[in-house]
Design a protein around this ligand. Structure first.
Ligand code: ZN
Length: 293
């Protein structure tokens, strides 16, 4: 929740105006400094969301915001690309795409995005985590932290470490006419399991009241330390890692100008479907039709 310090920028602007005189020069005092690329008025404590996850799950895969514009809204985040062409991981200001084979690229600035959440990451706390056996125990532990900090805020996290096991997924690019996300993933989800891989988990916690706008609880993506591998996290384990938490107190959602969005029926409760597409791996789907051993 650290506030951006813009005093130094303002002071620089005043100094620029110092040597000048006359009323025409006076206005120059209030001009923004030319050399800075970061908008000093940007709210670093707001989660910016492109569209609703519920729009994406209905098949609105049309991009509405460019990678370049998304970088103006945050430096950490998760999402996907036009046509659900891979999983989006934003970390340290760079946007990566994890393809359906788990490999990654730096996403081109002109690529467009149908759904994402980003913020500017200012860690409010940092701590060591140890002995996490699976994603269930990680989420339980994170839920306890969210409950303690206040369950009705948004939290962005990063977990840096060496992961004993990382089970992630991405998906094949979809072609029009777009199917629902559940249908698309039932055939086009691809999964990867890596062992002893260093990297960073990027995660977002959405409060319960976000049920109609996003996935409630924790949504985690992964990118390797060498930035060559990544995806949407289905499971993981680790001995030691560092958890950093950024608590945010604002929410800003952009309603997309896509051809599908204006007429989408967003009245249906999709929470069960969303839980499935967010958490289910192909093995679990297979197991549903098998008898227990
Ligand atoms: Zn995801």
């Amino acid at each position: 929740m650290k506030k951006a310090i813009i005093t130094s920028i303002a002071a620089a602007a005043l100094l620029t105006g110092c040597g000048s005189s006359g009323s025409d020069k006076l206005t120059s005092i209030y001009e923004a400094p030319e050399q800075t690329s970061v908008d000093p008025t940007v709210d670093r404590e707001t989660v910016f969301q492109v569209s609703l996850l519920q729009g994406l799950t209905l098949g609105d895969y049309y991009g509405s915001v460019t990678v370049k514009d998304l970088k103006g809204k945050g430096d950490i985040g998760i999402g996907t690309f036009e046509g659900v062409n891979g999983e989006l991981i934003m970390l340290d200001g760079e946007v990566y795409r994890a393809f359906s084979d788990g490999s990654t690229e730096k996403a081109p600035d002109k690529e467009t995005i149908p759904f994402a959440n980003v913020t500017f990451f200012d860690a409010d706390s940092e701590e060591k985590l140890s002995d996490i056996a699976d994603i269930g125990s990680l989420k339980t532990m994170l839920d306890e932290k969210a409950a303690k900090l206040g369950k009705n805020r948004f939290y962005f996290i990063r977990i840096d470490g060496s992961f004993k096991m990382m089970h992630a997924r991405s998906e094949l690019k979809q072609e029009e006419p777009y199917k629902t996300l559940a249908e698309a993933l039932s055939t086009d989800q691809r999964e990867f399991k890596w062992k002893n891989i260093k990297g960073t988990v990027v995660g977002l916690y959405c409060p319960e009241y976000m049920n109609d706008l996003n996935a409630v609880g924790w949504h985690l993506h992964f990118i390797s330390e060498d930035r060559n591998l990544g995806g949407h996290v289905l499971d993981l384990s680790f001995d030691q890692a560092t958890l950093s938490i950024d608590s945010t107190d604002g929410f800003n959602m952009l309603l997309p100008e896509t051809k599908m969005f204006p007429t989408l029926d967003l009245t249906k409760d999709q929470s069960e479907d969303i839980k499935k597409v967010e958490t289910q791996d192909a093995e679990a789907q297979d197991n549903e039709t098998q008898t227990a051993e």
